[in-house]
Design a protein around this ligand. Structure first.
Ligand SMILES: *Cc1c(COP(=O)(O)O)cnc(C)c1O
Length: 368
C-alpha cells in the first residue's frame, strides 16, 4: 500500500498490519468471540492507563468528542468547573452549555500556563463545585497541562476529576491512579495508533456506580448504560464499529510490543528532528518557555507575500505528508509527530519542506 504520512494530531499514521486487521470474516458483534475481543481491549486499556481492578474501561462508537459528550452528560449532576486554555477546553464548555449544566469556566490564554492557584481559589470560593474538568494535552497548541497537580487539588476539595487525555494517552506515560483521575477520555486514532471510530472512557468504578441514578441527558451516549450492558452480557447496547475494534486490538498489541517508554522516546526523537530541522529552515515555534507535549508543535506562519498555507499544504501533500492549519486566531500552522512514523520520516519531511520553500520562493527560510 502507498505510504502516506499524517503529521496531523489524529487521525495518525497507522501500520499496514493495523490497516489489514480490519479485514476479517463478517461477524455479528453479539457473538461471544467478539465480546471477548472487546473485553480484552478494555482490560488492556485500563492497564496502559496504570489502573487496577478499581477501574473499568467503557468502549463507545464515535470520535473523541463522543467520549467527551458521554462523560459530561453522564457524570455531571451539580456544579462543574471547566479549565479552558484552548479549543478542547472550550469544547467542554460548549458541551456543558448544550446540556444546560451549571458550570463555571476558568479561562487562560493559549500561550499561558494554567495557574493552579487560581483554580484552587475558585474551588475554595465556591463550595458548590463538585466536578473539575481539564484537558491534558491541549492539541490546539501543543501545551501540556499540569494534570497531576490539578488532580491533587481535585482530591483535596472532593471533586470528581474528569480529564481529556485524547491526544496524550499512549503517547505520554502517566498513571490514572497517581493522578487521581476519576474519568479519563481517549480515542482509538491518536497515540494508540488505531483507526478512527472508537472512543473510550476509563472510569473509577466507585465513581461510576455513583452516576447510576443521574438523570439521563443523552440516551445513546450514556456511560452507565454501556457499562451495565457490557458487564452483564459482554455486548454493547448498540452496534459497535466492529472492524475498527479489530484494528484497535491489533494497535494495542503493537503498543505493548513496542512498550510505553519506547513509544514515548520515539515520539520525542521525532520531535527533536522536527524542531531542529524547522528552526534551521527559519521557522519559529509559537509557544515559548511553556511546558509542551512535544507530540505536536505550533509554528508561526512566515511573513512573506509568497507564503500561503494552502500552497504549502498542497505541495507537501503531493510528497506524501499532511499537515494541519493552526487553531488559534494568530497565524500559525501545526505539525504533529505521533503515529506510526519514525525519525527517518521526520528527516524526509524536513528535506521536503526545504525543497517546497525553494519552490514557493520564501526568502525567510532560504536566508538561513
Ligand atoms: C482530537 C481531540 C479531541 C477529539 O476530537 P475528535 O475529532 O472528536 O476525535 C478532543 N480533545 C483533544 C485534546 C483532542 O486532541
Amino acid at each position: 500500500m502507498e505510504r502516506k504520512i499524517l503529521l496531523t494530531p489524529g487521525p495518525a499514521t497507522t501500520s499496514d498490519s493495523v490497516k489489514n486487521a480490519q479485514v476479517v470474516p463478517d461477524i455479528c458483534p453479539r457473538e461471544k468471540e467478539f465480546g471477548e475481543i472487546m473485553n480484552s481491549i478494555s482490560l488492556d486499556l485500563v492497564k496502559i492507563a496504570g489502573g487496577d481492578d478499581n477501574y473499568t474501561c467503557i468502549l463507545l462508537g464515535g470520535s473523541g468528542t463522543a467520549g467527551m459528550d458521554a462523560t459530561i452528560s453522564s457524570v455531571i449532576n451539580g456544579k462543574v468547573l471547566i479549565i479552558n486554555n484552548g479549543a478542547y477546553g472550550q469544547r467542554f464548555v460548549n458541551i456543558a452549555k448544550a446540556y444546560s449544566f451549571d458550570f463555571k469556566e476558568i479561562f487562560f490564554n493559549w500561550n499561558e500556563e494554567i495557574d493552579i492557584k487560581k483554580v484552587e481559589a475558585e474551588l475554595e470560593k465556591d463550595k458548590d463545585i463538585k466536578y473539575l474538568v481539564v484537558v491534558h494535552h491541549e492539541t490546539t497548541t501543543g501545551i501540556l497541562n499540569p494534570v497531576k497537580e490539578i488532580g491533587e487539588i481535585a482530591k483535596k476539595h472532593n471533586c470528581t476529576f474528569i480529564v481529556d487525555t485524547i491526544s496524550s494517552f499512549a503517547g505520554i506515560p502517566f498513571n490514572i491512579k497517581e493522578w487521581n483521575i476519576d474519568f479519563m477520555i481517549s480515542t482509538s486514532n491518536k497515540c494508540i495508533q488505531g483507526m478512527p471510530g472508537v472512543c473510550f472512557v476509563i472510569c473509577n468504578k466507585d465513581k461510576l456506580e455513583k452516576i447510576k441514578d443521574n438523570p439521563k441527558k443523552s440516551f445513546y451516549l450514556n456511560l452507565y448504560t454501556s457499562y451495565d450492558s457490557f458487564r452483564k452480557t459482554k455486548q454493547t447496547p448498540f452496534t459497535p464499529p466492529v472492524q475498527t475494534l479489530y484494528a484497535l486490538r491489533k494497535a494495542i498489541d503493537e503498543f505493548l510490543q513496542e512498550g510505553a517508554e519506547n513509544r514515548y522516546n520515539r515520539y520525542m526523537e521525532n520531535n527533536k528532528i522536527l524542531i531542529e530541522g524547522m528552526e534551521k529552515l527559519g521557522f519559529k515555534k509559537a509557544l515559548k518557555n511553556l511546558k509542551e507535549s512535544r507530540l505536536l508543535t505550533t509554528f508561526w506562519e512566515p511573513e512573506d507575500k509568497n507564503y500561503s498555507f494552502e500552497k504549502m499544504h498542497d505541495l507537501l501533500y503531493k510528497k506524501g505528508f499532511t499537515i494541519y492549519p493552526g487553531k488559534i486566531r494568530e497565524k500559525t500552522f501545526r505539525v504533529a509527530n505521533i503515529g506510526e512514523i519514525y525519525p527517518q520520516d521526520m528527516s524526509i519531511f524536513i528535506q521536503s519542506m526545504k525543497s517546497i520553500l525553494e519552490e514557493m520562493n520564501l526568502k525567510m527560510a532560504l536566508s538561513k
